[in-house]
Design a protein around this ligand. Structure first.
Ligand code: LMR
Length: 391
């Protein structure tokens, strides 16, 4: 039977991790997969997480099952950070834990499909796994341009997609720090987006995987909140992979906004059933550590300070790139206006290969770079290599 399966190529981005690890060159630069790196090139465990993990070891008295919704203390503790002071919007929002942001996106798409969603409009380029998840579920994707050539949002295309979406259609947006372009909508653009959702009746699905890595925890949630204030229903997929540095521990959450308690309960009974059939229950450890941080003022402060330092370092890298201006045929100035881990460079696949082979610089074939892979020690070499390869 198994011989009938078509071989699949490994995920290109994840394959890059192994390629980079196998490269013996001492001055190699990893701008591939989206993990934060320090000025020393490390991805350490947050000190706040270490502290919370120690408390878990000391105090956790059972690892008995929790249920498909996972750790509801974690789910609820995150809510004010995402949704603001009125964290449930008067009882209209509820959530559950998922295995990473990917689990949340998968659950959002599967539940939308079960509720009758026919098509999902999605800005491109997007995180490649979005299309893989939707394709795997058989949900039709209607692509629209997210980015203009000048490195800002193609807001007309975004608004056009929302306005053209029918009642049984959704629109998938990134809450902040767009992956892969780094292009955030401005507050004015978010206001237009919120109005467009209100007018069209399209169903918003907002993937928020980088809160706090862009302009700040509150700022990065502002657009999402503007949309939720205007619509009756929405799904929110949330990841703690980056803003708590929990990548391999798979810490995420899925939230539903609904216009009434009865519909919210009904939607959740379906989300629970889908989770049970998919992964039964999410892994506990990372979410429990995040819960401990968010319930302790000193740990919360420690976490925020670490997040602030990450954001400041990425801003320093972006400012330095922007100040370099043109490198060969690549204008680095837009990177200074973009946010988060990622930006796209207008380079060909051949130029990406040459950067890897001749300069030991690793980036996704799409031209996406993870700016956190750059340091004050390697950034000049990177800029020179871009100039050489594209000049
Ligand atoms: C990335 O885009 O690099 C990260 O979100 C990791 C992943 O799972 O693709």
């Amino acid at each position: 039977m198994l011989e009938r399966l078509e071989p699949q190529s490994p995920d290109a981005l994840l394959a890059l991790i192994k390629l980079h690890a196998a490269d013996p060159r001492g001055d190699k630069i990893d701008l591939g997969v989206g993990v934060y790196r320090t000025e020393e090139g490390a991805t350490p465990v947050f000190a706040a997480i270490k502290d919370a993990e120690q408390r878990l070891i000391d105090d956790q008295d059972s690892k008995s099952y929790l249920g498909p919704e996972g750790d509801m203390g974690f789910v609820n503790a995150l809510m004010p950070w995402i949704f603001g002071e009125d964290a449930t919007m008067g009882g209209r929002i509820a959530g559950m834990q998922t295995p990473g942001g990917t689990g949340a996106v998968r659950l959002a798409a599967a539940l939308a499909q079960k509720a009758g969603m026919k098509r999902l409009h999605m800005g491109v380029p997007s995180w490649p796994n979005h299309a893989q998840i939707l394709g795997d579920l058989g949900l039709e994707i209607a692509p629209f341009d997210h980015a203009s050539a000048d490195g800002t949002a193609d807001i007309d295309a975004v608004l056009g997609a929302i306005r053209s979406a029918g009642a049984d259609e959704g629109v998938l947006l990134h809450g902040c720090c767009h992956n892969p372009t780094g292009i955030d909508y401005t507050p004015e653009e978010w206001a237009q987006i919120a109005d467009a959702f209100e007018m069209s009746g399209a169903f918003p699905i907002i993937d928020t995987a980088y809160q706090g890595l862009g302009r700040g925890l509150e700022e990065d949630a502002a657009g999402l909140r503007m949309v939720l204030a205007k619509v009756p229903e929405a799904f929110i997929a949330y990841s703690c992979d980056k803003n708590f540095g929990m990548y391999r521990d798979r810490v995420g959450a899925f939230y539903i906004l609904s216009d009434g308690k009865e519909t919210l309960d009904r939607a959740f009974s379906n989300a629970n059933a889908l989770a049970r059939a998919s992964w039964s229950m999410p892994p506990d450890h990372g979410a429990a550590a995040v819960r401990l941080i968010l319930r302790d003022n000193a740990l919360t402060q420690m976490w925020q300070d670490e997040l602030d330092a990450m954001r400041a370092r990425m801003r320093q890298v972006r400012d330095r790139l922007a100040a370099a201006g043109m490198a060969g045929s690549v204008d680095l100035a837009p990177l200074g206006r973009q946010n988060g881990l990622f930006s796209m460079l207008p380079v060909t696949k051949e130029q990406v290969a040459s950067l890897r082979e001749d300069h030991a610089i690793y980036m996704a074939g799409s031209g996406r770079i993870n700016v956190a892979g750059l340091t004050m020690g390697n950034i000049d070499r990177f800029i020179d290599a871009i100039a050489e390869v594209t000049g």
